[in-house]
Design a protein around this ligand. Sequence first.
Ligand code: NOJ
Ligand code: CA
Length: 540
Amino acid sequence: MIYQVYPRSFADGNGDGIGDIAGIRSRLNHLSALGIDAIWFSPWYPSPMADAGYDVSDYRDIDPVFGTLADAEALIAEAHELGIRTIVDVVPNHCSDAHPWFQAALAGGPDAPERDLFWFRPGRGPNGDERPTDWIGEFGGPTWTRTTNPDGTPGDWYLHLFAPQQPDLNWDHPRVREEFEDILRFWFDRGVDGIRIDSAGLLVKDATLPEVQPDQPHPFHDLDGVHDIYRGWRRVADEYADRALIGEVWLPDRQRFANYLRPDELHAAFNFDFLGCAWDAAALRESIDGTLSAHAPVNAPATWVLSNHDVTRHVTRYGRADTRFSFAAKREGIPTDLELGTRRARAAALLSLSLPGAAYVYQGEELGLYEVEDIPYAMRQDPMWERSGRIDPGRDGCRVPLPWAGDEPPFEFSPTGAAAPWLPQPADWKDRTASAQTGDSASMLELYRAAIQARRADPALGDGELTWLPAPDGVLAFSRGGGGFTCLVNLSAAPVTMPAQGELLLASGPLDDGLLPSDTAVWLRTAEVTDGPRGADGPA
Ligand code: NOJ
Ligand code: CA
């Protein structure tokens, strides 16, 4: 199980209201008690923070707000001592506009050789004041910004698929390729066990810059040339023992997704199909089957992700009428039933932790945190909010600092007397602090601890076969490890009976007189499975 730490919001060691490496080091015991195998750290590099650190100005150092390189090295070593591996986030599609390469490209004027490391182009129209293409950026809005020449005249435009402070690098240039292979070595040499690759499918662009047209190859999504980059990265990873490359690949086409996982490319990629899936038995089963069958031919482990720092927390999502996630559908003020969402999130935890492959947990998910949807406008930091014309609430709501203990904010996120947390925490998180939940067997935290512990103890729950069992409509039932372990999830509106034989290992909620209630999951130890669950009224 891999745990995502979002450093800004995990724990604040020095009291400035922003999470940092000292804070992470002081809370490693929480992660160790949870039973995690690895931590993925969202970016911690020097950055002007135009996109919360996904705008990197130096890939080989740590931003002073988070600490020093020596702090990072100490954290990596301490994690290793606890048997926890570490994964750093590398952002290769773009850097920060404060990166020395981009600064040199601007300062050197139209002929600066550094411009070849980016996508500088003249504008269209007689005065060059029209953008080179009409592409829409990943945060909404245009993808080109015009530069001013050193002599003050209007100059060329540069490409940025995200915010203007994130110029896209030109991966056709050998220096860009060499630089990133060297950055990988820099972190592998410091003992990190894996690299999470940001926006992994966007690196290569069609240099003829065509417009996006239906039925035409996309100019920058998932171009074939990207695989060559990852073959090079794999060769670097293979220079070391046991290092992993994990891609952030958003692709609806599962076959194209699996191409990233061929034996000489990445080891794993995030499963956004599962993350975006509705809380619906048939849809989830289709997603699970589709995922497993796409991964089988390339022999790569599937991943199971419910939340991360970019999406609406699933406690909130699962309490809505439409439980799916998509960026396009993000809006202010969608009603949610948090009690229902929490019940489903508990069941989803047992589901995702019993599927074959690697499970990812986003910090705070184990505390049952919900999306904070009432952050005052003036405090919102995420560029998506402004760039969408304030239609998309942005991603701040899933990035609110964690509540650790105590009855009021900052809930020991920061030491006593510290500045207020960089985003405000809801007062009712007093019931969701790690400390309040510890020892409460009905809490989300104890459910995660018990499930992760059981998963670690049972080899049947790692890789290996999943067998679907007969079940009524709206119920997911499968066995693992040749039948010795069974997971049942009731997504239907009515309770169902449980198989006659089987010892109850874990339940996501109270059972109802031996029946499995709606939105509840159980794990069973089964000697040998012969039948599945039945509807309360009769056989499936
Ligand atoms: C994906 C990251 O997860 C997200 O947070 C970031 O804004 C974009 N890539 C751009 O780097
Ligand atoms: Ca701090």
